[in-house]
Design a protein around this ligand. Structure first.
Ligand SMILES: NC(=O)c1ccc[n+]([C@@H]2O[C@H](COP(=O)([O-])OP(=O)(O)OC[C@H]3O[C@@H](n4cnc5c(N)ncnc54)[C@H](O)[C@@H]3O)[C@@H](O)[C@H]2O)c1
Length: 333
């Protein structure tokens, strides 16, 4: 009998505690054996809920003999050192986005994994595990839309904390569309342009919310993303792909339950990302556990994490300068 994959979860704040609970309650073949967080209280709480043991130091957690694989859900600035420590130990790691917080460090991680000759790093772009995105990619890959020419994305949040500025809108929200566009079109993004619109009245001083982001790809395709994070409405994430032989749209079914009652027609929209992508997180973890048990990954890898960092870096420069900014990426090792 194969024993469960023993997983350490580093950083058990909002995302890490969600992953730890999902792993211990909904995912087959995994046991959360170790949790770590800078907040001892937080770690103790999640350890009690999952039956794990608290290890105070993140690197001691990675080195723990009772750990076969690691989920990293610490803030982005901590990722580089923690991912490299997993590579040093030769164990699989699911690292939440961003892979790291700079192009140079992300590329260094890509090269360190390549030098090892094994795919051990998976990055937490969970939309690839959402049934609608997967179906859309398959449709495109099979030629169902002819040549895909345009991708239109919409990313609306009901609200965000006041410190969530224009740069964070690119790095924390648009980053998901960056990965979606690369996933759907299977090619790299080469330039980014950002148009800062008239701000909604609830946007803090100096924050451009909404913004329109326009990407071009190496194949000359165009993708757009409306990013609007203080709509006051709900969590609305939609994607349309327009090809030479038709178009396809996702994000209506799961976002909206449309009903006719009481002489009215309409429905409710998912309030947040957990309601919209809850199943995608479960599928992401289930497939990662199955792959990690075999010592590998099954999903977006270090290169995808690096590409997203590079595109977002260009995106932030585009916000600040108003220019169209070329994405700078090194060769794939
Ligand atoms: N894929 C997604 O949909 C998604 C959604 C939200 C957040 N995230 C990502 O998940 C990560 C965590 O985000 P969050 O919203 O859960 O943040 P959070 O602040 O709620 O949690 C982070 C936790 O990490 C702890 N911590 C900080 N530095 C640490 C370190 N060096 N070692 C150990 N613990 C440390 C903090 O005490 C905190 O409890 C970020 O990288 C974020 O971008 C991904």
């Amino acid at each position: 009998m194969v024993s469960d994959l023993k997983v350490a979860v580093l950083g058990v704040g909002m995302m890490g505690s969600y992953h730890a609970t999902t792993l211990s309650s909904l995912v087959r073949g995994a046991t959360v054996t170790v949790v770590n967080d800078f907040s001892a209280e937080r770690a103790a709480e999640v350890a009690a809920a999952t039956g794990a043991r608290v290890v105070d130091d993140p690197f001691a957690a990675i080195a723990d003999p009772d750990v076969d694989a690691v989920v990293i859900a610490t803030p982005g600035a901590a990722h580089e050192a923690q991912v490299l420590a997993c590579l040093d130990r030769g164990i699989p790691v699911l690292c939440e986005k961003p892979l790291t917080t700079s192009i140079d460090t992300a590329y260094a991680v890509v090269k360190a994994e390549a030098a090892l000759g094994r795919s051990l790093i998976q990055v937490g772009f969970m939309r690839r595990f959402d049934a609608e995105y997967a179906a859309l990619r398959e449709l495109i890959a099979k030629g169902g839309l002819g040549d895909p020419l345009l991708v239109h994305c919409t990313h609306r949040n009901p609200d965000v904390p006041p410190h969530f500025n224009s740069e964070m809108m690119i790095r924390d929200s648009v980053v998901h569309e960056v990965d979606v566009i690369r996933f759907l079109l299977d090619e790299e993004i080469t330039s980014v342009q950002v148009t800062r619109g008239r701000p909604t009245p609830s946007a803090p001083e100096g924050v451009s919310d909404p913004m329109m982001v326009t990407f071009t790809t190496e194949g000359g395709r165009i993708a757009t993303d409306e990013i609007f994070v203080r709509t006051g409405v709900a969590y609305e994430v939609r994607t349309e792909v327009v090809g030479s032989q038709g178009s396809a749209f996702i994000g209506l079914d799961q976002n909206m339950l449309v009903k006719s009652t009481d002489g009215r027609w309409g429905g409710s929209i998912t309030p947040g990302f957990v309601e919209r992508f809850g199943q995608a997180y479960v599928t992401e973890l289930q497939r990662w556990v199955a792959a990690a048990t075999e010592g590998t990954i099954d999903g977006p890898g270090a290169w995808d994490g690096y590409a997203a960092v590079a595109v977002c870096e260009a995106g932030v420069e585009a916000v600040l300068t108003g220019e169209t900014v070329a994405v700078q990426m090194g060769p794939r090792p």
